[in-house]
Design a protein around this ligand. Structure first.
Ligand code: APR
Ligand code: ZN
Length: 372
């Protein structure tokens, strides 16, 4: 077949920090060597898209990184994908040949890891333009566009039978939470868990903890509306810091008789990491961080929390090696071993994408799925 050409499609472009996205006609270049061009079917809005849109300086830009789609064309050298394949996008890729990838114990690919400059990994250029001016990428995915180009190491093939409008959530939030519970913390049966922040990420940690048979799963959130929905994901105790007369760590220490076995920070507030450390038990208490702070990135904690044997562990994408491991999560969904549909509180058409941003800022949604 003839080689793919530049195509024009609609994309939701962010022109400046916090400014409503504008649906624009953009030019999408053909996939370059080892890249694929994807027709995006659905993308869910993640908190990280909102945080980056509010705080970062690279514009104009196409956000979106939690997505599913269909391969439209492949670039030179690509043998793994062909036109018509169904895929999930990966905001952190897997080259399978760098030191990190071959270690078998890490998902921190040195070649296709988190891209922060708004360009493609291979040539530091963009594949989007408007009237020949570059439009920048986000995490080398940019799913708020009807078509996007990604490196073939930043997508994973999925079965044609699985609904793309649901499994897009496995591209980031739900997988990150499940992985933190299973891979990073490796929660054991009967243990106690405290989760700070009950968005999709925190509630996916809860789901993972429940599957592992945790005896107590304490959820902490300042939004009182989270208490009820959190129970459906396995939360056994809901704590609203605004309604407590004592510190949260005191509440958790009392409920768990001396601190939880595992604490998870799913807000993106470094102050809460300190609180999480203080609310896990001496000896073996483990705090796992999932949140991405947009301000005050430095941590403050008394060394005494470590002297007493606690551990602080970071994670990205729940420790999943994205290409190797995501197909097994998709299988679990097919077999109804994990819940995804329950996180989808809104389905939104592409023209209304700004509504999804409003809902997330107002704390009125878990995941909004945007249909392109
Ligand atoms: N104390 C307790 N809960 C809080 C606080 C606080 N100080 N601040 C915010 N929260 C709660 C919010 O009310 C919300 O329910 O944290 C939750 C965060 O959920 P979402 O905004 O839906 O975010 P989510 O997509 O789950 O992501 C959580 O992980 O991937 C990262 O960048 C992401 O840092 C973010 C985090
Ligand atoms: Zn690698």
């Amino acid at each position: 077949s003839s080689s793919p050409a530049v195509l024009t499609c609609k994309a939701a472009v962010a022109w400046g920090p916090g400014e409503p996205l504008v649906i624009e006609e953009v030019q999408v270049s053909p996939p370059q060597p080892m890249e694929i061009r994807i027709k995006v079917v659905c993308t869910s809005l993640c908190r990280s898209d909102v945080s980056a849109w509010e705080t970062q300086a690279i514009f104009p830009r196409i956000f979106g990184h939690e997505a599913s789609g269909i391969v439209e064309s492949v670039g030179p050298g690509v043998t793994e994908f062909s036109e018509g394949d169904h895929v999930l996008t990966l905001f952190t890729g897997e080259c399978k040949s760098c030191r990190q990838c071959i270690s078998g114990k890490s998902n921190m690919c040195q070649v296709l890891g988190l891209e922060r400059r708004g360009v493609m990994h291979s040539d530091q250029k963009t594949r989007f333009s408007i009237k020949d001016k570059p439009v920048y990428h986000y995490c080398a995915v940019s799913s708020f566009s009807q078509y996007t180009v990604v490196h073939s190491g930043c997508a994973v093939k999925v079965s044609l039978a699985v609904p793309l409008e649901k499994i897009c959530l496995l591209s980031c939030g739900v997988a990150a939470g499940l992985g933190a519970a299973w891979n990073v913390a490796d929660i054991s049966e009967g243990s106690t868990v405290v989760i700070y922040g009950l968005g999709t990420v925190g509630l996916s940690v809860a789901q993972g903890a429940k599957v592992r048979g945790a005896s107590q799963i304490i959820g902490v959130d300042i939004n009182p509306e989270k208490g009820e929905i959190a129970k459906t994901f396995g939360i056994t105790h809901f704590v609203n810091p605004k309604e407590c007369n004592e510190s949260i760590q005191q509440v958790v220490n009392r409920i768990t008789d001396g601190g939880a076995d595992y604490a998870f920070e799913c807000i993106g507030d470094t102050g809460m990491i300190t609180t999480a450390l203080q609310s896990c038990c001496q000896g073996w208490g483990l705090t796992v961080t999932l949140g991405v702070p947009k301000v005050n990135p430095e941590l403050k904690a008394h060394y005494g929390v470590f002297l007493s044997g606690r551990t602080l562990k970071g994670s990205l994408f729940g420790g999943w090696r994205p290409k190797s491991d995501l197909p097994s999560l998709v299988d679990m969904y097919t077999k109804k071993e994990i819940q995804i549909d329950e996180y989808i509180t809104h389905n939104i058409s592409f023209e209304d994408i700004n509504q999804a941003f409003s809902l997330m800022k107002e704390g009125k949604c878990l995941r909004c799925v945007i249909h392109l």
